[in-house]
Design a protein around this ligand. Structure first.
Ligand code: ATP
Length: 433
């Protein structure tokens, strides 16, 4: 029977578990052929799995002929299960190699991919994205996504420790939360609906029943601009908390960033491509007004009331993590609480240099106040009755924020393009794969 038709034995070890002290042990490893070489009567395979790689050697006279033939005809990326005996080899990873006894070929690759999946850089990102699952095998991307996994684990642990309840809110919605411009509209049976651009109103409602909630889920933004920091489908880490204000939420965001950075630092990856920035003992907090003054002193033409544009922030040499709080009230959504001065609001952004990572605020928690703000913005309060009516039955004071997971990863890993901080990016040009 050809080697590839017999049932494959089960993996006994990951390659990272193999060590020089195990010489003489019989092991079964499974993974992808990273490289295949032949020198006369000896064939070498490098087999990579989730945790590392190992050298497999097939030598004429030592190894059954059918196994050696099968191994020597393999091209990179083929999927194999290999059984053999470990022996010391100073030149092999971890000081041992596998002397081949049998090989099961699960998937034989004949084609050469359009880019080298082992390369550290590939010029054209679209070439990579067209074959994203193969692209994701590259070490640099493995490091980024392992960092993502470590960060999410630490963030969930933080929420558990702080007694937050994980929730999921609808992504199919009937009304725009923050204005209709950046919404995707869809058919919902016989009517029009939208993909949620944030869980805003639902998470606020949930503070009435659970006090402290968080959600890690997609947000959908019809962002027609092509920038390395916008996706049409992004993951938002949202939190909302009763009896809290913007300053409490800034403390939470700071703790979350710190937990994520520390988890990433201890899973720094194998390619040395990840650079975790220093996070100061206390992330600086400046008011919006102070920030405008600072930018103007540095020569920017920013006027009070305008957004803080990335170009101006770059020109002024602003770097690292910092909070900007007490933003002008005018452009803020209706649910953001006004400050007593009536001009500013209890709202903040967490920035990393010129990149916005998170936005949060204290919220309006009384129905009349909310209706007044909606009317002032020309919104139809009747369309939000499903939300407003909950305020009649005990809405606590509350505050919260959204943290863009991909943006956070860009900052914490030094990834310049947001497309490489998500598995399958969606943007104005791309709806596949
Ligand atoms: P920006 O001004 O940078 O476009 P925004 O003000 O629209 O962002 P918010 O609505 O405040 O963003 O969303 C909260 C967080 O969600 C942002 O700070 C960011 O981290 C993330 N986010 C928002 N829109 C996107 C997007 N299109 N792609 C990736 N992340 C996003």
């Amino acid at each position: 029977m050809p080697a590839s038709e017999a049932a494959a034995p089960r993996r006994t070890h990951y390659t990272a578990d193999l060590g020089a002290g195990m010489a003489g042990e019989r092991v079964t490893i499974a993974g992808w052929v990273l490289a295949a070489r032949r020198h006369g009567a000896i064939s070498f395979l490098t087999v990579r799995d989730k945790r590392g790689s190992a050298q497999v050697v097939a030598k004429s006279g030592e190894c059954p002929d059918d196994a050696r033939e099968a191994a020597s005809s393999l091209k990179p990326h083929s999927v194999v299960t290999v059984t053999g005996t470990l022996r010391a080899s100073p030149r092999a990873p971890a000081g041992v190699e596998v002397a081949l006894e049998s090989i099961h070929v699960h998937s034989r690759v004949e084609k050469t991919p359009p880019f080298d999946p082992m390369a550290r850089t590939v010029k054209n990102i679209d070439t990579r994205l067209e074959l994203r699952a193969v692209d994701l095998r590259r070490g640099v991307l493995q490091d980024i996504f392992n960092a993502r996994n470590a960060a999410l684990g630490a963030i969930r642990a933080y929420f558990a420790q702080e007694d937050f309840v994980e929730v999921n809110t609808p992504k199919l919605i009937s009304t725009a939360t923050e204005g209709g411009a950046s919404l995707f509209s869809i058919f919902y049976y016989h009517r029009r609906a939208f993909l949620a651009q944030s869980p805003q109103l639902y998470k606020e409602q949930l503070t009435m029943s659970f006090e402290k909630v968080f959600e890690i889920a997609p947000i959908f933004r019809a962002e027609a601009s092509r920038t390395p920091r916008h996706l049409s489908e992004a993951i938002s880490i949202d939190l909302e908390e009763a009896f809290a204000d913007q300053h409490d939420i800034m403390d939470r965001v700071e703790a979350i960033v710190r937990a994520a950075a520390s988890a990433i630092s201890s899973h720094a990856g194998t390619e040395g491509a990840i650079s975790v920035p220093d996070i100061p003992q206390k992330i600086p907090r400046r008011t919006y007004t102070e920030m405008v003054d600072e930018l103007r002193a540095a020569g920017a033409r920013t006027r009070w009331g305008e957004d803080l544009y990335p170009t101006e922030l770059r020109k002024a040499g602003i770097s690292g993590f910092y909070f900007v709080h007490d933003w002008p009230l005018g452009p803020k959504p209706f649910y953001v609480k006004a400050s007593p001065d009536g001009k500013t609001s209890e709202s903040f952004d967490l920035m990393f240099g010129d990149l916005e990572i998170s936005s949060g605020s204290s919220r309006v928690s009384d129905r009349a106040g909310l209706e007044a703000r909606m009317s002032a913005k020309g919104m139809d309060t009747a369309a939000f009755d499903y939300h407003l009516r909950t305020f009649d039955y005990g809405m606590p004071p509350h505050a919260g924020c959204g943290i863009g997971l991909e943006r956070l990863l860009m900052a914490l890993t030094g990834t310049p393009d947001i497309k490489d901080a998500t598995f399958y990016p969606r943007d104005v040009d791309r709806l596949t794969p």
